[in-house]
Design a protein around this ligand. Structure first.
Ligand SMILES: C[S@@+](CC[C@H](N)C(=O)[O-])C[C@H]1O[C@@H](n2cnc3c(N)ncnc32)[C@H](O)[C@@H]1O
Length: 244
């Protein structure tokens, strides 16, 4: 990887037009190091986004629906046609109904859900930059890293797969505890929570997932920021490594 080096009028050495984030290109006028930019496709209300922010990224989100609670810069657009230029890394969380347990009853009843994963993967590979695709168990992701709540000491059942084209060491995850959550009943305060569908116990889910800014519908779709903070630390290493 190269950055173009040139001498400005004052004779000061500057670096411009780096193909990917690297430290010399990212000192702002105030001398502070700016952050690498990550595009968060299919962003929802920003569970994944917050983890990348915590890992050190500047995050921009794209969703087909308005997301008034998204905590960062947001664009309402189709993720499959949004321009991908100007970012150092990408994350995509396409809808999971084509593969999820919850979608199974509807698929059996004949509902056909679009599979956005292969289309998103083709676009992300085309960028030549590091990417992550997140989805549910059963989704056709390639060599995914698997994360769950137990790995982060969270009392929640939310196993997720992460496809990535950069190095993340293989880790065995601890098994999820059995959930004592029952749909339509108040959650047991010290139990293991499954915030899916029309669950009750929003405040508890917010606390467990560390997502204070979302309502019920948004929480049901979100991943805990701890997952992408973990992924984001390896992503940051990869970006710095490429920039050297
Ligand atoms: C699983 S949710 C994302 C959750 C998010 N990663 C989080 O952690 O909060 C999937 C999102 O994809 C959005 N979506 C569906 N089709 C889309 C499309 N064609 N372009 C952009 N977003 C889309 C939905 O509106 C939904 O918010």
């Amino acid at each position: 990887m190269v950055h173009l080096k040139y001498l400005s009028a004052g004779g000061k050495t500057e670096f411009k037009n780096c193909e990917i984030w690297c430290a010399p290109c990212h000192f702002g006028p105030d001398g502070q190091l700016s952050k690498p930019r990550l595009l968060d496709l299919f962003c929802g209300a920003g569970g994944a986004a917050m983890g990348y922010h915590q890992a050190g990224f500047e995050v921009v989100g794209v969703d087909i629906k308005p997301q008034p609670n998204y905590p960062f810069e947001f664009h309402q657009a189709d993720a499959l046609t949004f321009p991908l230029d100007g970012f150092d890394a990408y994350h995509a969380s396409p809808p999971c109904q084509a593969f999820s347990m919850a979608g199974q009853q509807w698929r059996k009843a004949g509902v056909v859900y679009p599979d956005y994963i292969s289309a998103a993967r083709a676009l992300l590979i085309e960028t030549g930059k590091p990417y992550v695709i997140e989805n549910v168990p059963g989704a056709p992701l390639i060599n995914p890293t698997i994360l769950n709540g137990a790995m982060f000491g969270m009392r929640i059942r939310r196993k997720r797969l992460f496809e990535h084209n950069f190095y993340i060491p293989f880790k065995l995850i601890p098994p999820d505890a059995k959930s004592n959550f029952r749909t339509g009943r108040p959650p047991v305060q010290d139990g293991v929570f499954t915030p899916v569908g029309h669950f009750s116990g929003v405040a508890l889910a917010q606390r467990i997932m560390q997502i204070g800014w979302m309502g019920q519908k948004e929480l049901a779709q979100a991943i805990p920021p701890a997952y992408t903070e973990y992924i984001g630390k390896y992503l940051l290493e990869q970006i710095k490594f490429r920039g050297e």
